[in-house]
Design a protein. Structure first.
Length: 716
């Protein structure tokens, strides 16, 4: 590494590199980019099969087996070297003399990734008719003192037999993550990256292409067992060649669509079949300057699901002078829009009147590829069928489906994701309109003669903004509730077929339990506990779980540090109290618990009062400190029993003056060393529960079904 800068000078710049790197030419996302930039420069400096480009990965051993320290990456070529003209282009950033969209900004990536980059170059000086060498150093560390990141040595003459060429050395990555990536880099990985990245360029040069060698060095010694080489014989022949013409488009007069123009751009298709260990999956890639590039708004990923030929995968390269023209300062990043992006951004920026859109390119290319490769066409057709089925199964809004369109070969899950994203945007717009309408209600006067008409008009406007799907979902939800109530009535009346068949008769209590909250479930939201209380479906729930198995967010609720005396208390008389299973437990908030006990229609609830209170005591006394419960709410439900029997058993129960149930407003709960908790208890009948549910649901169901008075009377 050069440390003596006395034989040269720092080259002053007329712009700020810091601002340039922060605002315009930002760091590339791939740690391979500096290597690509160096190899691209080497390919441009060399001519053909007489030339060679060598990439050297240099590391040193660490004390850990198989672990290396990064030393340096070198990229050497046998090209023309840094002539006077080349050096001037190097100094003049954005110099176009090397070719359109080849502005020399690649070296900015060197500054982004490495603390120190060096060039050693031998060239032929035309004026002196001598071979000379010069060194160049790049580092942002020079900026503070020298106000430039570039130092260049004075040229020195060399022997005439010294070969021309340039070597770039990369030292000291800035980023720790990049450093680890370079340390772990293998010649195989570099080979694969170089092969696929430059395949388009190499194919065009087949028969007269440079050799690219990749070498590995450990502690300065060449480990030639790891060498890889890309040469002419590695380059496959084109499996399929074609081209497509894509029309320019302009925005229509309403600004929400496009008009197709006669003028076109030509895009060339070259498809290769490569060994699957080199080309890991089928891919279609865009190219610029004969190198593959990324375009985040184009997606050909569906071709990866096809199987074209055993042991081989397809790499299809799409090239066009148009794509090269859209390349940016960040090499390989294209400035090309989808139609949707263009409509969103055209009012923010200045665009040419006519445009080529990337989704049109994708559509035309896909048509050609699927026509040539039957297996890819099959994936396309299956995708279209899957999406059609999804649209039908989920009753998707046709307007939104039309707006987002269908991407060729798209998975149904990805289509649904795009649909719901767009639906969310539509709903956001509708929500704003709804808020505006509701705010306008302030202008109404209930005493006004036209109040009802104005009120209904605004309600109609709100209703028009509710999607048909939502209205359908609401009606299904109300219908589901009505059906659940009808089922409960049938169970109470023992009118279900499974209750009538003697040898297959189902337990009454189990039928009700599974209707209200299926045993083994924790999803209260999907339960029918709303019949008892509308709020219950929003609480954390457990249906038929052992007390000792209860968990909150994966953490056991019962203490795991029980002492010997506590364990004896809980297990004496051959009973495991913590092994008891309350029918339903709900936890509405911290320090509160709801216990629901469901008994058969003929059960005597007085026999279960103490059992239910015992559940509360176990939870109170033996829960962990963070789950301790102070207040319990107990609902004991049966059907054919006498409320006086309840009061005889416990005279503290009170009879409700409104509905058919008894309640105990405040009962102490055993709490062990924690002291007593408090319990509110209700004992009610399933028929009472059903009547409560009907009262709550009728305000919606009566409107939905438009029941007449006779039907209502029968129902009640």
């Amino acid at each position: 590494m050069i440390t003596d800068f006395s034989n040269g000078e720092f080259i002053k710049q007329t712009f700020s590199y810091e601002s340039l790197m922060k605002r315009r030419v930002k760091k590339h996302s791939s740690f391979f980019q500096p290597i690509f930039e160096a190899v691209s420069n080497a390919l441009e400096a060399t001519k053909g099969q007489e030339d060679e480009i060598t990439i050297r990965l240099k590391v040193s051993k660490s004390l850990q087996e198989g672990k290396f320290y990064f030393n340096c990456i070198e990229v050497e070529d046998t090209g023309c070297g840094f002539t006077k003209e080349n050096l001037q282009r190097f100094f003049d950033l954005f110099n176009e003399s090397k070719g359109y969209n080849n502005l020399g900004t690649g070296r900015i990536q060197f500054l982004h990734f490495f603390q120190h980059t060096e060039y050693h170059s031998v060239y032929y000086d035309e004026e002196a008719r001598k071979k000379k060498q010069r060194d160049i150093c790049l580092s942002m560390k020079y900026i503070q003192k020298e106000r430039t990141p570039i130092w260049v040595s004075n040229p020195e003459e060399v022997e005439d037999d010294t070969p021309t060429g340039t070597t770039i050395y990369f030292y000291l990555p800035w980023d720790e993550k990049d450093r680890v990536s370079y340390e772990e880099l293998t010649t195989d990985e570099v080979y694969d990256k170089m092969f696929t990245h430059y395949l388009g360029r190499l194919c065009l040069s087949k028969g007269n292409m440079q050799t690219i060698s990749i070498e590995h060095y450990i502690n300065g010694a060449h480990d030639d067992t790891r060498d890889r080489k890309i040469c002419d014989e590695n380059i496959p022949n084109v499996d399929y060649h074609d081209d497509v013409k894509v029309h320019y488009k302009t925005v229509n007069s309403t600004g929400d669509g496009f008009v197709t123009q006669r003028e076109t751009e030509t895009f060339e298709i070259n498809s290769f079949l490569l060994p699957s260990d080199v080309q890991k999956k089928n891919e279609i890639k865009l190219t610029s300057k004969n190198e593959t590039v990324d375009a985040s708004n184009v997606d050909f990923s569906f071709v990866g699901r096809a199987k074209i030929e055993e042991g081989k995968n397809m790499l299809c390269l799409i090239s066009s002078s148009f794509l090269t023209g859209q390349d940016t300062d960040l090499r390989g990043k294209l400035n090309i829009y989808t139609k949707e992006e263009f409509l969103k951004e055209r009012n923010l920026f200045s665009f040419p009147e006519k445009q080529i859109f990337i989704d049109d390119v994708q559509e035309e290319v896909t048509d050609k590829i699927t026509s040539h490769y039957p297996s890819i066409n099959k994936i396309k057709e299956e995708s279209e069928e899957d999406i059609d089925q999804v649209v039908e199964d989920f009753s998707l809004d046709s307007e939104i489906v039309k707006k987002i369109g269908r991407k060729t070969g798209e998975k149904a899950s990805d289509f649904l994701s795009r649909y719901y994203d767009e639906e969310a945007e539509v709903e956001k717009d509708k929500s704003k309109k709804m808020r505006d309408i509701f705010a306008s209600f302030r202008q109404l006067d209930p005493t006004s003669k036209n109040f009802k008409k104005s009120f209904n008009a605004k309600v109609g406007a709100v209703n028009s903004l509710i999607p048909v799907k939502n209205k359908s979902s609401l009606s299904r939800y109300i219908s589901s509730r009505t059906a659940a109530m009808n089922m409960l009535q049938m169970i109470i009346d023992k009118d279900l077929e499974c209750q009538l068949v003697t040898n297959k008769r189902k337990d009454h209590e189990k039928l009700i339990h599974d209707l209200l909250f299926p045993q083994g479930s924790m999803d209260a939201l999907e339960s029918n506990l709303w019949m008892l209380n509308e709020d219950f479906i929003h609480f954390r729930g457990f249906s038929n779980f052992k007390i000792k198995d209860l968990k909150a967010d994966g953490i056991p609720i019962i203490r795991d540090d029980l002492d010997e005396q506590e364990k004896k208390t809980l297990t004496e008389y051959n009973k495991d109290l913590l092994g008891n299973k309350p029918d339903i437990l709900l936890f509405p908030e911290e320090h509160k618990c709801i216990i629901i006990e469901l008994k058969s229609d003929t059960a005597d609830p007085t026999k279960y009062l103490n059992q239910a209170v015992q559940y509360a005591g176990l939870l109170r006394a033996f829960a962990k400190d963070e789950f301790v419960i102070d207040n319990f709410y107990l609902y004991l439900i049966a059907e054919k029993f006498n409320f006086e029997r309840i009061r005889i058993t416990n005279p503290l129960f009170r009879i409700s003056q409104y509905l058919d149930y008894v309640f105990l407003p405040n009962n102490p709960v055993y709490g062990g060393t924690r002291g007593e908790g408090a319990l509110y208890m209700e004992v009610l009948k399933y028929s009472t529960l059903l009547n409560r549910a009907k009262l709550r649901n009728s305000i919606f169901s009566d409107k939905l079904y438009d029941l007449d008075e006779d039907e209502k009377a029968v129902d009640e």
